[in-house]
Design a protein. Sequence first.
Length: 630
Amino acid sequence: MTDILSKVDEEIERLSTFLLQQQKDDGSWHFCFENGIVIDAYMIILFRVLNLQNETLIRQLHDRILDAQQREGCWQLYKDEEAGNLSTSVEAYYALLYSGYSKITDEPILRAKRYILSKGGLGKVTSILTRVILAATGQSKWPLAISSIPLEVLLFPSYFPINYFEFSGYSRVHLTPMLIMADRRFSITTTHAPDLSDLMETRLDRDESPTRGYQEMQDVIQMGLSRLLGSPHYIHEAAKNKAEQYMLQRIESDGTFYSYASSTILMVFALLALDYDRQHPIITQAIRGLTALQCQSNHNTTIQNSPSTIWDTALISYALQEAQIPVDHKGIKHAASYLLDKQHHKTADWSIHNPDIVPGGWGFSESNTINPDVDDTTAALRAIRSLSTIHPSYLESWNRGLNWVLSMQNNDGGWPAFEKNTNKEMLTWLAIDGAKSAAIDPSEADLTGRTLEFLGNFAGLNTQHEFIKRGTKWLLQHQEKDGSWYGRWGVCYIYGTWASLTGLQAVGLPINHDTLQKGVKWLLSIQNSDGGWGESCHSDRLLQYVPLGESTPSQTAWALDAIIAVQPEPTAAVEKGIQRLITSIHEEDWKTSYPTGAGLPGNFYSNYHSYQYIWPLLTLSHYRKKYGQG
């Protein structure tokens, strides 16, 4: 056995042992899903508005936010965001002052104020969430992008161009409480609220010059309003009641709204706008659910937007099995039992565009019972595949999950994340930063590639099947000119290219096919001098590959895994990459924690604490499996 294979074996053994030691008694894995400081800031503001005296948590969140401030006074979404992020800096500044543990005369606060003013003040904030929180707490007027959308859009019929369920599910659960608050011009403040008026450089609302597309959408909305029957008051009350019920009917057992912290925080403010008492049981339960989302990150406490328990458990179990942990190992069986219990059984919003199919998906978070997604479902099915061949209960679960995934294919041949055929371009005309990514849920290369990889390697399907042929065609048509693919839910072109190449190879595209060779050539062209790969979050916003200048464990693993899938023999570039990957596993620095998960381009990125273990283990296992007999 060569020296490199010996090192690969050693790392596989070490990573496998470590992950099995981290497994919980119920079979799950709990790694932190870190999302910057945005949710921490909103939590402090919400707690102070509700006069909740959880001082320990507020102080912990305050300290984490303060600790993340840069020397220039700003806060960043990612390390190489050198100019800082204005929206995030405003959120941090506001929360630090509202907590009461920072004062306006403190040196970090003065630095933050100088930075915010240097970037144009509150009037230049782009994040719609930030602007809504500021409006809801009396710090600014309601943004036109939200206040110009009437609640009555919830009543538009299904055949109308702007049907509420044509918006993505992620968009709806955030937009609904925003519309409720904007409709009432709601704002709430307290005697201890900071005064941010000195951060307002200009009173001009940045929405006052809407785009042509936005104006066209407003015309469509007005046409829809004219077709609603009844008095304006009756119609408006009906819309308000529907919006309220929309939220209440999607509260999970832990009190969160759709299992997201961000939408839950907005829901609480919306309920206050609807005159709910601050001590109402629904609000109290929501606060309990939000508080339970905390986790430890680098000795600091943070609030996760939605814990990644199902995702992590499914991926870790699958990676361990690829590392040759036997299916009868208690860790694998416990994980499968846990996942079996978390499979969805409810017909929910996903069925509006996909009726007549038995529920069978999985969601991202443990509390999620109504919002399954394709990626989590294929991940869970990979994890239970071996057990489905020997246990009837797992076979039934497997069949339901497989049928659900197949049913979710879009008409264009690709796969979405959450809901089928929600891809109306008109909805991206909203004057909201990131609307193009948030408002709709189209086919994506990463989702389509990973689904094809699952269907090929785990369901034994190939391009002889028409739906596989359609998915393959979609990927072939969406390859970039340079050979890469854009990945929506990971950063970014490396992620999309990995998913696409492994997917196309799994369903039988010949490895000498121009598309595969072009993709591999692109990956090799961006390999760093140290042998690894690293891509900046800037790629997500600019929609073109931007090198990070350093190598990250997960992106190195993705690139290598894609190349290994296509190349029949190991090359010097691959072996150099494997050496770099092994080295990176033992490092603990900013590259380890650099966010490689994407939520909303330019606004929301995630550091999965599990990724530094999952993807290296998977890639090393695939390297050994393919080249280990050489």
